[in-house]
Write a protein that binds this ligand. Structure first.
Ligand code: ZN
Length: 151
């Protein structure tokens, strides 16, 4: 059985001109995708995968368009009893992970709670000098609202 954890953090850019609000996934303590390749984690897809099986673009581009990062096949998520199974084809290598469904849901919930507390402590920077990647996470976590649509 594999273990999933979700972490959100603020990463200050090397030149100090801004920062990114990034979400990362860890499987058995290993970061799932490399940030250096412009991959990002879509919180909404992750959350949906905890609720129902399907194909989910949990791994996407930092801009939010998965094709932009060369990902055309989403993670194939199946639910079997108290298990949530992932089959990842892209990005390579092809991998299969088996999670305990209860622990998976707790990990996702914890990730959301942690992200929200990070938002509270950085609210003044978010959407100004701090960019949410992918941008859609900003809507999912309530940083942006469709009505006001911050730049
Ligand atoms: Zn992109």
């Amino acid at each position: 059985m594999n273990t999933l954890s979700v972490a959100t953090r603020i990463e200050v850019w090397d030149d100090g001109s801004g920062s990114s609000f990034i979400t990362e996934l860890f499987v058995d303590g290993e970061c799932l995708v490399s940030r250096s390749q412009f991959y990002a984690i879509d919180f909404e897809a992750l959350s949906q995968s905890a609720a129902a099986p399907g194909e989910y673009f949990i791994i996407t581009c930092t801009c939010g368009i998965h094709e932009c990062a060369g990902i055309y096949d989403g993670i194939e998520v199946t639910h079997q009893g108290n298990r949530i199974i992932w089959r990842i084809v892209e990005p390579e290598p092809e991998r299969r992970f088996v999670f305990n469904a209860s622990k998976y849901r707790i990990a996702v919930e914890r990730g959301i709670v942690q992200a929200r507390s990070l938002i509270e402590s950085h609210r003044s920077e978010l959407g100004k000098s701090c960019y949410i990647t992918p941008r859609d996470n900003g809507y999912f976590l309530g940083i942006y609202s469709i009505e006001t649509d911050n730049p």
